[in-house]
Write a protein that binds this ligand. Structure first.
Ligand code: HPA
Ligand code: MG
Length: 219
């Protein structure tokens, strides 16, 4: 099942923005680049292989947790379907499905999750579900989502998360597949947002105080 993930240490200071390309409209809003896009791709390729080997011929329903998970989801599924094309002895039929949750405002969890969109979850009955998420932070969102999914009678549920944050107050929840274990910093890019901004940034970056202020929601 789960391979150990890549651990980004607390002391790691990332790459300078000047080493890679970032959109001009975000240049003043980022501290550094924590995970460049290319490294995300390489790691995702390996997660796809691990998932492919674990599933072995069983149809898989890949459930994208929107919006933050959408880039990881499309890249992960692309890589799984590439393995399917190789005509080896294993092949994994894939259904796609989407769910939309909301739990964050500014850089704080609101403590509640709301399912605000997606298909009727009753379609998950009897399915092998792979939940695809961008980040596990406190773990509470995922634990609540898993409880919701369990009510719909799936055959199995596995979770792939690109990132897991090391933070105080974590429930201790660990996904089956993890891309990177990261320090307790607020990250954006590669579809991870801060109040809906930064999804259009390829690399996973650390937001700075300027960015937090500029895009804050004020009552
Ligand atoms: N960035 C974006 N979204 C998040 C984060 C984060 O660090 N933690 C939980 N949701
Ligand atoms: Mg998310």
């Amino acid at each position: 099942m789960s391979e150990s993930s890549i651990r980004i240490p607390d002391k790691y200071s990332g790459y300078a923005l000047s080493h890679f390309c970032v959109p001009k409209h975000y240049e003043d809003d980022l501290e550094d680049i924590m995970i460049p896009w290319g490294l995300i791709q390489d790691r995702t390729e390996r997660l796809a292989r691990d998932i492919f080997q674990d599933v072995r011929d069983e149809p898989l329903t890949a459930l994208c947790v929107l919006k933050g998970g959408y880039r990881f989801y499309t890249d992960l599924l692309d890589k799984i379907t590439t393995l399917n094309r190789s005509h080896g002895s294993v092949s994994v039929p894939i259904n796609v499905d989407f769910i939309r949750l909301k739990s964050y405002e500014n850089d704080e969890s609101t403590g509640q999750i709301r399912v605000v969109g997606g298909d009727n979850l009753s379609g998950l009955r009897g399915q092998n579900v792979l939940v695809v998420e961008d980040i596990i932070d406190t773990g509470r969102t995922m634990e609540k989502l898993l409880a919701i999914l369990a009510n719909h009678g799936p055959k199995s549920v596995r979770v792939a998360s690109l990132l897991v944050k090391r933070r105080q107050g974590s429930t201790g929840y660990r996904p089956d597949y993890t891309g990177f274990e990261i320090p307790d910093k607020f990250v954006v890019g590669y579809a991870l947002d801060y109040n809906e901004y930064f999804r259009d940034l390829n690399h996973i970056c650390v937001i700075n105080e300027n960015g937090k202020k500029k895009y804050a929601i004020t009552e």
